[in-house]
Design a protein around this ligand. Sequence first.
Ligand code: ADP
Ligand code: MG
Length: 685
Amino acid sequence: MTDQMAITDLKGIGAKTAALFSKLGIQTIRDLIVYYPRTYLTYPEPVTVRGAGTGVMVAIRGNIASVSGVRYFNRKSFFEVVVADPEGERFTLSIFNQPYLKKAFVSGTFAVFYGRAVRKGKGLMLEQPKKYTPAEYEALQRELHSVYPLTKGLSGNTVSKAVLQALEAFPVADCFDPEFRSEHRLISRQEALRTVHFPDSEEHLREARRRLSFEEFFFFLLIMHRSKALIQNEPNAFPMIEVAHCDRLMERLPFALTAGQKKAWKEIRSDLTGPNCMNRLIQGDVGSGKTIIAFLALLMCAVNGYQGALMAPTEVLAAQHMESLQRMIETYDLPLKPVLLLGSMTAVAKREANQLIASGEANVIIGTHALIQTKVEYSSLGLVITDEQHRFGVRQRQTLAQKGGQPHILVMSATPIPRTLAMVLYGDLKTSVIRELPAERLPIKNCVVGTGYRPSAYAFMEKQIAAGRQVYIICPQVESGEDESLTDVVSYAEELKSTFPATVRIEYLHGRMTPAVKNSIMDRFSKGDIDLLVSTTVIEVGINVPNATVMMVENAERFGLAQLHQLRGRVGRGKEQSYCIFLSAKEDEKTMKRLEILNTTNDGFEIASKDLQLRGPGELFGVRQSGEFAFEIADVFADAQELSEASDAVEALLTADPLLKMESSAAILAEAGAYGKYHLDLQTL
Ligand code: ADP
Ligand code: MG
């Protein structure tokens, strides 16, 4: 079985290379063959000077008009070539550090030039372009080049070679029989795997992705159906009664709950007091006020004599929840004794927290996923809430059950996905939807602009900061080996310091900082001790700093719309007017049209649906939505069609063979085991 064989079983992979692979999460042969390319490089259709976007790789056909001499600056060589495109518009090629290339550029030659387009003044320039004959370029255009996420020291070539060897030496069996495959128009698994790594045409790649996405959804849904049957009938091991504390708290809050919040709360109460264990999802857009619902549930649980845990995806968010809960306890004199348990705490602090949890003295426990993964001993854990977090796996449920009876589970999510998809993906949970935002919020003002707008944006931020507000600037995560023109937060923050007056306090935040440092920066930002925070998407989820009123997103074109929408949810949380500026380095029509959706609505569900319509099914290289659905290859947006077909196929299978006892189901059952092992830790059920 390839899921048990180590990659060192391949020729040429020794301990050193294996260690590098292991950094990418690849240990077994199976890990390797499902290490799918992040994207594929394709050569674009040639454009004219007028049609060329900037900041992107473009191809332009043209006649070489003139070639400059080679000049030297700081010991670096440099020459320029002027080319006229078929419309007679001129553009320049700039070539540095390769003086020997000069003889390849001969006046009068017609060729295709491929390089990064930048606009200097009025003119268009291609940096470090490659030159091809039209025939060469056409041939290149037909090829797709796999691009893998890499780590330092490991090249794409090494990954490719290892994958090829693995696929040839260990052909995979197919879990779907030929009849099933033809019914659902699926190519074989071996062919799909081979094609997804080494595509020979776009059409074939589409089929390969279709097969693999279908399979991934199929097993996800199959495992979900099976566990749904188990969890729906779980008895209520922690039965509760209604308590007056919750009503009293609601009466004293400075705001009235929205209708959606009230409904969600009512449904939770009825679950907790009912005959079965709660398994509920609260789906509510960013800023819809999910936290207060979580606090009410924790209060009800505590007054009933049980412990409740609240898990956040990051330590920063957990610490923030702790702080808001503590403030509430003081203000409203609630009978709660919360403890915070974080990986970054000192051993002594952790021991103290653990003692309070084990003795039952603490009745609310706040932390990250470590709360169920590590050996925390609870005295009576009756409720587990996950905030902005992926779902529970079978394994997590088991872990919880082993800690003393199956607790009630409440999952809170802001991931905006269309309702039809939600019903499939969350089929095992009962769902409460909070549709509306609290009434007194001013809608965020948005704009989608090119990078030329940046100076005006800075000026605007400076004014807001002078008025006492705070600002976020978000940059995409830069992976090693990626395009250097992408902005990385550290150098960006440095640059800003010279752009803004010295009184503006600027800090940065990114995923590779230690949790303690991240916590302290977020803490200072919440307290207003930082004016401008440059960050990657680590601040994506949950953070609530109502005084922050401006967010600017660099390279917005690199994010999925749902993710951008969640990001912008970090502003517009207070009484002041908030603004969100999406800067796009690509200004072609398609990109701008997609981003414009954010301009037309602030409703996450609507954005998700429009994004889906616009992208349409079968899009190959869509921007992947990050978030809770950590599928390996499938994308709930782009592959919505496969999702719904897989859902029907699972229904059909389970109708025919509910317990998968038939011989014809044996291969599927076996594969479900491997999939389960493979996926549970990542996410799924
Ligand atoms: P999210 O759903 O994104 O987690 P939060 O729970 O963080 O949103 O709520 C955002 C802000 O809205 C908080 O400051 C919270 O106190 C406030 N809030 C929650 N419910 C209401 C309401 N019904 N009316 C007014 N403000 C509310
Ligand atoms: Mg939240």
